[in-house]
Design a protein around this ligand. Sequence first.
Ligand code: PEP
Length: 258
Amino acid sequence: MKSKLVIGNWKMNLTFEEADDLLNALQEGLADYNLQTEVVVCPPYPYLELATDLAEESNFYAGAQNCSQFNNGAYTGEVSAPMLSALGVEFCIVGHSERRKYFNESNEVIAQKVDRLMEQQLIPVVCCGETLEERKADKHFEVVEKQIKETLFHLKKEDFEHVVIAYEPVWAIGTGETATPAQAVEMHKFIRSLVEKKYGTEIAYNTYILYGGSCNAKNAIDLFANEDIDGGLIGGASLKSGDFITIIEAAETTTKEN
Ligand code: PEP
């Protein structure tokens, strides 16, 4: 029985006060659970210390939404993996489609970010996924394969073991349009087969492949019920403690059933 992983990506949302309230609501709301599911909360940088402080005595870990491909130096506005590590951050999302789209992040840069995180023993949550045009043109497998190979397959086996992959079809992110469980499972199986070819069966089984894209309190259970879906990367629905906890409950229930 493999436990699930649920990660909340707050993106650039909430005031300091709202962030504090949400973190406290999560701490309280999750306190009574004997969770098998691993939970990660990824607030914006200015709220990270709130999260790392609270995470120490809570049922969740703190994660960042991005990091620099450099460790230090004249890179105005950037935040490095060593800085995140010093704060007590344990996970970091990289290669989110919003970063690829609005900040022109390439697979090459994402691979460098993965390396910087690995050097700090931070867990990279590496996003991949096709646009609607790519899916319509039947290029979704090709696109995802290239993203996975170019961002991750330079890693040695012992490093790859610590990576989390999030499949997030771009057409499903923040749109309210979720991939069907069948569409998600098809892609997750494909990604796992790529991992298996490169790193072997055991690592392929152990690798966490999350689904992201309008996953919410209502549809999480149908997605997580599939053994190839190891949990979710949750955007909008992670901003309300009640919805996020319902998603975590769906992960718990489906772990027991799988
Ligand atoms: C995300 O930002 O990673 C995401 C999946 O967003 P949403 O759940 O809002 O679609």
